[in-house]
Structures are given as C-alpha cells and as structure tokens.
Design a protein around this ligand. Structure first.
Ligand SMILES: CC(=O)N[C@H]1[C@@H](OP(=O)(O)OP(=O)(O)OC[C@H]2O[C@@H](n3ccc(=O)[nH]c3=O)[C@H](O)[C@@H]2O)O[C@H](CO)[C@@H](O)[C@@H]1O
Ligand SMILES: C=C(OP(=O)(O)O)C(=O)O
Length: 512
C-alpha cells in the first residue's frame, strides 16, 4: 500500500477531508460510522496526525461521495478475478436495499423515534440518509454500524435538501407520499438511478392525486402542492402494479384521516416490510400480501418503534447464482422463501439440484426464511421463455441472473425483459467472457449454452444487477479477468466481493 508520509501533506489532506465532510453536513462521528472506524480516528486524520493508505483515502472519497484527491483515492475500484474454481461454505443474505429505502422514507411519517435493525450498509441507504440529514432528520448508526436510529425534527428544512444525493437515487420519489401528509407546498429534485432506460414517474402522480397532491415538473424539480378536502373514504386504483408506487400510496394513506382502499397494489417483499412497519406505527393495514390493501389512516403518528427489515431476495438470487455458475456446493442462509419460490421452481426445471432447510422466522417475526444448499448440477435450457411478472411472479431484478445461468445450461434460452428498456442490453457483455448472448431486440435475449468461459477484461455495466452478473461469470471463467469500475456494486450489496472471498472466490480489489 502507498502511504502519504510527510507531515505537510497529511495536514493538507486532513483539512481537505474536514472541508468535504462539513460540506456534506456530517459530524466526525457520522463519517466514522460510514468508515466503520472511531470518531477519534477521524479527528486524528483531520488534524494530519494519522498516516493514510490509498485504500483508506478511497473509502473516505466514497463515504463523502467526493472527488477529494487524485492520489488514487478518487479513482474507481476494479476487480481482478481468478476464476474457474469451485466455492464452498455458507453465506448469509443481508436485509434488502428496497425494504430499507422504503422504511427510511416512511420514517418521515413518525414524529417519534424509529430504530431500524440490521440495515444493509450500502450506498443507496447512505444517499437517502444524506438526504434525510440535510432536511434536519437526526439519523444515527449504532456503535456496531448495524442499526439506524431516526428522529425527524418538528419542522423539516426542505430548502436545505442535499440535491446531489437526492438526484443520484430514484427512491427520492418516495418522499412524496410521506411529505404530502405534513407539508402544504414543497419541492423535490428529479429522481435518478441506474442506467436501465426511461422509468416513468406518472403512476406515482396518478396514485397520489386522490390525496390532493398536484405536481408540476419544472426545470430539475417537482413542485408539489397539496389540497386537503378529500372525503374520508378514499379509493386509489394504481395504473401499474409497481413497488414504489404502492409504497407511496401506502405512506400517503397512513396519514389520511379515514380509510383508503388501494387496488392493483404490489404485494412484493419491500411493500410487505413497509406494511409491517406501518402496523407498528398504529396504522391498520388489511390485505398485506395481496393486491388490495385497506389502510386505516392516523392523522398524528408519534411512536417509538423498532423494526428489522427482512432479507433481500435479490441478494439471495445473486448468491445462489455464484454457486450455480461455479458448479459448487454452497449454502445460502436466510433466504426469504416466499419471494424465491418461482425462481427455484424454474431452476429445478433447468436441472438444478438443491435442498432446503426447515423454515424459520425472520427477525421481523413475519417473513419466512430457509437455508438453500445448491449442489453441482448439469443444467439444460428451459422449454419456455423466462420472463418476470409483478409478485407473485419471477422478480424482474432476478431476471439478469438467469442470463448467466442460461449461459451455463445446454441449449437455447429465451429471456424476455418486458419491463426495462435498457437492462437486457448490458447482459451482452457476457459475450466478452465467451458466452453466446444474442440481443433479439432491446427486451429479448437468446442465450446459447453451455459456455466455455474464458477470462477477459470488461468495463463494469452502469447498472447494478448486470454488474454483479458479469462478476459472477468471471468467477466461472478459467483464468484471470478484470472488471473495471465496480463502485456501482456497493449501491446495492454490502461487501459483496469480501463475502464471496469467504467462500473461496479469488478476487482482488485494485485502483489505477
Ligand atoms: C427501490 C425499489 O423498490 N426498486 C424496485 C422497484 O422500482 P420501481 O417501483 O421504481 O419500479 P418502476 O416504477 O421503475 O417499474 C419498473 C418498470 O416496470 C413497469 N411496470 C411495472 C409494474 C406494472 O404493473 N407494469 C409495468 O409496466 C414500469 O413502467 C417500469 O418501466 O420495482 C422495480 C420493478 O419491480 C425493481 O426493479 C426495483 O428494484
Ligand atoms: C433496479 C433496481 O433498483 P432501483 O429501483 O433502486 O434502481 C435494482 O435493485 O436492481
């Protein structure tokens, strides 16, 4: 590791870091949490009395989402993967990104203290936490960095919103639902996110109109005004069975003084997490896990509650895929089985052998978990196309993993991503590692297997799931591969490379 060793440089670097931290509105303790270090270590770094490795500088850059220094720190991370080896052992699924972001937004409904237990330490969570802090919310990680305590202020400082963090995530759209219950007029920056093609926000506007919300999109932001003359009994029909749109409607309904029926609601995992949390806040929700929700709103919510978001089915799929494509026997522990049944049934049809442990409850006491052990299997292409559906269907975020699995299977697989305009295109990067993936049109892939994978250098796709798919293919590919610019993986996965290494994967992180 390179080290900066002159006192002058260290002092200068320290004050650069202090400036960037203060700019971001973080305390030393908050930066320390993000780096899993102590507040006193940050104090020493800022005073210039601690040596800094290039790696630590890079982590500070990432934590501050800043481009502080060009001494390697600001440069993107790359992975060197030596593949073609079997993995072994047990790996545990973390709590979900999508549940966490919904709950972070929903905590704005509560005047009391929300403690979220076992929140995934991922960049998407950091971005929403940054936005919350910028509007005056107190958000504090526990000493072990696992639990997050959130206390909103009496009055939100919406003018102080961290626009940069807000624009980097699509989830900012989920501020509309909770905010319309407490503000008459506000503005939010446009939603951003991964490069998956255009993603509409119109269904959100349609869903929130019955609550009195009117939104005008001006240059760069949504201008929202709220009229409060709704009848007690509200009916909301969603035009799409989307996850975040359902969450927005639920959060608006939570503070509507009356009963709201939401039809064509998504019953997906993150929506269920949100419903369980709302129940703790005293909001009665009928029909959880179905497409019709009846919400009994409460005008004032002031409760001190604790909730543990459930395990991530998409991470579960990612980890199972690591075992499948490397022909390994591994156990993926804490798989939320309700949200993986169709994926597992499809894989069984393709010839995958796996065993399931008895079910046990998640920490929220509601979700059902199992440990899944995959065994090395000879796979064959499925007879029918693989396509996603809103839950209960094969999860759209799990679809990309079927591309790399299909590439290991004998025969032709048709993969149809009818949802995203641009995600399937990234999966043709598998061809650089020896796969035969043909893009029939932006939504359909023809994958021919089995593949004789070979190591190659690939630029990481600018989309979360395709990025991980390429990394997993590299684990299958004999020889050395390089995946360039992998920072996007941390948006949705906590320490993925490190955890795969615990299963025996040979992955080295480096920077130019
Ligand atoms: C933070 C979060 O929870 N993100 C998830 C959420 O995003 P989110 O809820 O934001 O998903 P979008 O609203 O972008 O919907 C995804 C796409 O599906 C289309 N669509 C969706 C439902 C439907 O009934 N008909 C239809 O056409 C939408 O037009 C869009 O093109 O759901 C997506 C689809 O499951 C997942 O990929 C995201 O990981
Ligand atoms: C598309 C995804 O999520 P988001 O809605 O956060 O972009 C995903 O998780 O793959």
């Amino acid at each position: 590791m390179t080290a900066i060793d002159t006192q002058t440089s260290l002092t200068q670097v320290g004050s650069l870091i202090r400036g960037a931290r203060q700019n971001k509105g973080l305390t030393q303790a908050q930066l320390a949490e993000r780096l899993a270090t102590s507040q006193s270590a940050i104090a020493r770094i800022e005073q210039g009395s601690q040596n800094l490795s290039v790696d630590l500088l890079a982590r500070i850059n990432q934590a501050l989402e800043a481009d502080l220094l060009s001494i390697g720190g600001a440069r993107p991370a790359h992975l060197r993967v030596t593949g073609g080896h079997q993995l072994s052992g047990t790996i545990t699924v973390k709590s979900s990104k999508n549940g966490a972001v919904a709950l972070l937004c929903a905590s704005l409904l509560n005047r009391g203290r929300t403690v979220l237990r076992g929140v995934a330490r991922i960049v998407e969570v950091d971005r929403i936490v940054d936005v919350l802090r910028s509007i005056g919310v107190r958000a504090t990680w526990s000493a072990d960095g696992k639990d997050l305590e959130i206390v909103p202020p009496a009055l939100l400082d919406l003018d102080g919103i961290d626009e940069d963090a807000a624009r980097r995530t699509r989830s900012i759209i989920m501020f509309l639902g909770p905010l319309l219950g407490r503000e008459q007029r506000f503005q939010l920056p446009y939603a951003g996110g991964c490069d998956l093609g255009t993603r509409t926000v119109e269904p959100h506007m349609i869903a929130l109109r019955p609550f009195g919300l009117d939104v005008v999109a001006t240059s760069g932001s949504y201008q929202a005004t709220v009229k409060r003359d709704q009848p007690e009994e509200l009916s909301v029909v969603l035009t799409e069975r989307g996850d975040t749109v359902t969450e927005n409607a639920l959060m608006a309904a939570a503070r509507h003084p009356g009963t709201t029926t939401i039809r064509n609601a998504s019953p997906n995992y993150m929506v269920q997490d949100l419903c369980f949390y709302l129940e703790l806040l005293g909001v009665r929700v009928e029909g959880i896990g179905t497409t019709t929700l009846r919400v009994h709103g409460v005008t004032d919510i002031d409760a001190d509650v604790e909730y543990a978001p459930s395990e991530d089915p998409v991470e579960a799929m990612s980890l199972l895929t690591a075992g499948i494509v490397t022909h390994s026997e591994i156990t993926v522990a804490r798989v939320p089985i309700e949200f993986m049944e169709i994926e597992l049934a499809t894989l069984a049809e393709m010839g995958l052998r796996y065993t399931l442990s008895p079910e046990y409850p998640a920490a929220n006491g509601r979700s059902r978990l199992v440990d899944v052990t995959v065994h090395p299997s000879d796979l064959k292409a499925p007879i029918d196309k693989i396509h996603p559906m809103p839950f209960p269907g094969l999860n759209i975020d799990n679809l990309p993993f079927f591309a790399v699995i299909a590439a290991c299977a004998d025969g032709h697989t048709l993969i149809h991503d009818w949802v995203y305009e641009g995600r399937a295109i990234h999966l043709t990067d598998l061809n650089r590692l020896g796969a035969e993936v043909r893009l029939l049109d932006p939504h359909r892939l023809d994958v021919t297997g089995p593949t004789h994978w070979s190591g190659a250098e690939v630029s990481c796709p600018p989309a979360l799931r395709p990025a991980v798919v390429i990394l997993l293919a590299m684990l299958a590919a004999k020889g050395t591969s390089v995946l360039r610019g992998v920072d996007i993986i941390a948006r949705g996965y906590e320490q993925l490379q490190e955890r795969l290494m615990e299963l025996g994967a040979q992955i080295e992180t480096f920077r130019d």
